[in-house]
Ligand binder design. Structure first.
Ligand SMILES: Cc1cc2nc3c(=O)[nH]c(=O)nc-3n(C[C@H](O)[C@H](O)[C@H](O)COP(=O)(O)OP(=O)(O)OC[C@H]3O[C@@H](n4cnc5c(N)ncnc54)[C@H](O)[C@@H]3O)c2cc1C
Length: 438
């Protein structure tokens, strides 16, 4: 074992809404160390939670016994440029991965809003970006190596243990410790970003053409208004319209973080101003176009802290869900300070993926830290559940295993693999017991 820290300073996630202290912190240096740690923990009747970058809003990564941190785990990096396959340590951040891929003329086909997550953490909760033809990041996974709850090191791919692969591509860390992940990449590419304000009704009225006509589409609805900001990203041959450093800093850092943080603080101190702030924000956003390296266009810094719930819905349910959301926001006894984000993904066949078997529209509701949010999130959840929604595994929700089993046709198959790989529930915690069952 490379390191078992005797002291266990408190751990908290990015949003600061999940905090806890583990009984020990395990820092394995190799897959053999991981296997030894799992075997000795199982023998002692203990539990392990692996944490990535702590960017989940739920208690999914919270350790109630031992916490495993994989930042010292040194496995081989291998890049096969001809096959566009890369194998990396599971604890590598997406930021580091994007840099590695760029140096080899490769890229991930799609990404979410940020790149701070680890590869394992991102795929374990079904992290996704937007793009009607793109599945979540787990759909790029070709193979994984994981250490099971009995300390067995298992390599899984389409040829070896394909059932374990289908379960482990989105697994909430319930099947074992991912030590290595092989991802299918694409040639490095440039995106042309176009951001523009619009009316929500116009966007919804033309939605199939909008999402079918661009590689990646998302929009933000500003509560208390009828306005949205639409963002499309399309692959182009040349990076001929880059943002100047100054404009990039002004828009993506200063306005999106510093000014927005100030507006949120004001809205929290004087809630009656929130609708006005939302309206001013919606009006202040102007049109802009630029090009850039794909990962740099997909991902931007997020420094304003918030809590979030996100639901994947059958795409056709989007207008009804948004109409209900507008009524919910108007009826709340407090104000909502964050815009609502809408994205799109393609169907996949990963058992616990939010996109299993269907094209999704995602609706993400946020609230600034320190503001009330539970009645808002619960009311939206009731609507989303009624429309067949599946909650993001890394974002706040209130569903339990019985209710989630009904939303995922392969839930029982996942449990069967879990029983086989982790018979003693070494990789459980109270949150997992709640959402996956004992
Ligand atoms: C600012 C912000 C922006 C975000 N943007 C998006 C977005 O655009 N799209 C989206 O879908 N989500 C987004 N998320 C959610 C985020 O992508 C997920 O919660 C993701 O799981 C976080 O990854 P992490 O490395 O921080 O993992 P953690 O939150 O630390 O852990 C997540 C899960 O992975 C498990 N895990 C981690 N490492 C391993 C391992 N080696 N083996 C087995 N299990 C492991 C943990 O046990 C836990 O169950 C965002 C979150 C924040 C805070």
């Amino acid at each position: 074992m490379a390191g078992t820290a005797p002291l266990t300073p408190g751990w908290s996630n990015w949003a600061g809404n999940q905090r806890g202290s583990a009984t020990a912190i395990l820092r394995p240096g190799s897959p053999t160390d991981v296997a030894e740690a799992v075997r000795s923990t199982a023998a002692a009747g203990g539990r392990i939670r692996v944490t990535g970058s702590g960017h989940s809003f739920t208690a999914v990564a919270l350790a109630d016994d031992r916490r495993m941190d994989l930042s010292d785990l040194a496995t081989m990096v291998s890049v096969d440029v001809a096959q566009r396959l890369v194998t990396v340590p599971a604890g590598m951040t997406l930021h580091a991965l994007n840099g590695l891929l760029a140096r080899h003329g490769l890229a991930l086909p799609n990404l979410g809003d940020i790149d701070a997550q680890t590869v394992a953490g991102a795929i374990s909760t079904g992290t996704h970006g937007t793009g009607a033809a793109y599945g979540c990041l787990s759909t790029f996974v070709e193979a994984i190596t994981l250490v099971t709850g009995t300390g067995e090191v298992l390599r899984c791919s389409a040829d070896e243990h394909p059932d374990v692969l289908a379960a482990a591509q989105v697994s909430l860390g319930a099947l074992g410790v991912l030590v290595e992940v092989t991802l299918r990449c694409v040639d490095a590419f440039v995106l042309h970003a176009h951001e523009r304000p619009a009316e929500l009704a116009d966007v919804l009225g033309d939605l199939p053409a909008l999402i079918g006509g661009h590689d990646h589409v998302e929009f933000y609805w500003f509560p208390y208004t009828t306005r949205v900001q639409v963002k499309t990203n399309d692959q182009v041959p040349a990076n001929d319209r880059p943002l100047s450093r100054w404009r990039g800093w002004l828009d993506d850092d200063f306005l999106a973080n510093t000014v927005f943080a100030g507006a949120c603080r004001l809205g929290r101190a004087v809630p009656a101003l929130a609708p006005g702030i939302s309206a001013v924000s919606a009006r202040a956003l102007t049109e802009r176009r630029y090009t850039g390296r794909s990962d740099r266009v997909f991902c931007t810094p997020r420094r304003v802290r918030f809590v979030e719930m996100e639901y994947g819905l059958p795409r056709e349910a989007l207008p009804e869900a948004l109409a209900a959301l507008q009524r919910i926001v108007d009826g709340l006894p407090f104000k909502v300070l964050f815009p609502v984000e809408v994205r799109f993904t393609a169907a996949d066949d990963i058992w616990l993926s939010h996109g299993y078997g269907r094209d999704n529209a995602y609706i993400a509701v946020h609230q600034y830290v320190g503001m009330p949010y539970e009645p808002y999130f619960r009311a939206f959840e009731e609507v989303a559940t009624g429309l067949g929604g599946r909650p993001h595994w890394g974002k706040l929700h209130y569903r339990d295993a019985a209710s989630l089993a009904a939303a995922y046709p392969r839930f029982a198959d996942f449990q069967a693999v879990r029983d086989r790989l982790d018979p003693h529930r070494v990789f459980s915690n109270p949150h997992l017991t709640h959402v996956l069952g004992a």
